[in-house]
Design a protein around this ligand. Structure first.
Ligand SMILES: [Ca+2]
Ligand SMILES: [Ca+2]
Length: 213
């Protein structure tokens, strides 16, 4: 009953999430409710742009978020994208080239401790909004320059281990988040106790509505 209650709450918030603890996480990224990552989603051909913050020297390039490849173990920096140690996260955008009907945005991460959970805000834009700023820096609320706020994603556990594998699916009860050309991810650190709170993001899938024949 408690699990059903949590699931309903998350749906109202705009996303569902799953956590595979360190003891059961595998390279398959299999989750209870969130689908496993795929390689042929709409993000695979999107243009990714770093808007603010710096990637860590050990991070993979932004393109690793959409390459369909997954880390093979729990601490593989070169197969994940993460902002620099000691930094407070950052922002990046996806450009699909034209507006597409987005059904879901699925994000995946994996790390043995505090770099496992996800904490980000998701915004979207169709592209023709008046005064759209395609690359608002930190300190500028994207909602004030043409972007629509979609969801705040947090998989920070209330208690227990932070480490493991996380899968998130941002969805809408209507079955479609909307028709958008751009997505903006505003990523935050999961903790401030040390310099190691920037999430290891392994993949981000954007699921588009199939086109009618
Ligand atoms: Ca993908
Ligand atoms: Ca990847």
């Amino acid at each position: 009953m408690r699990l059903i209650f949590l699931f309903v709450i998350c749906v109202i918030c705009g996303f569902v999430s799953d956590h595979n603890p360190n003891s059961s996480a595998t390279r398959e990224f299999k989750f209870k409710d969130v689908p496993s990552p795929v390689a042929n989603d709409a993000a695979a051909t999107a243009k990714l742009t770093l808007i603010d913050g710096e990637l860590d020297a050990g991070s993979a390039p932004l393109s690793a978020l959409v390459d369909g490849r997954l880390p093979s173990d729990e601490d593989e920096p070169g197969a994940n994208v993460f902002f620099n140690a000691g930094g407070s996260g950052g922002r990046f955008s996806m450009d699909f080239g034209k507006p597409i009907d987005i059904v879901a945005v699925n994000s995946y991460s994996w790390h043995p401790n505090t770099r496992g959970p996800q904490l980000y805000k998701l915004y979207a834009a169709e592209g023709s909004e008046p005064q759209l700023n395609p690359s608002p820096k930190r300190g500028v609320d994207p909602a004030t320059c043409g972007w629509r706020f979609i969801a705040t994603v947090s998989t920070l556990p209330q208690q227990g281990e932070h480490g493991g594998q996380y899968g998130v699916s941002v969805r809408d009860a209507n079955g479609c988040l909307g028709k958008y050309r751009y997505l903006l991810f505003d990523c935050y650190v999961t903790e401030l106790y040390d310099n190691w709170g920037n999430t290891f993001y392994s993949e981000i899938d954007v699921i588009a509505k199939p086109r009618k024949p």
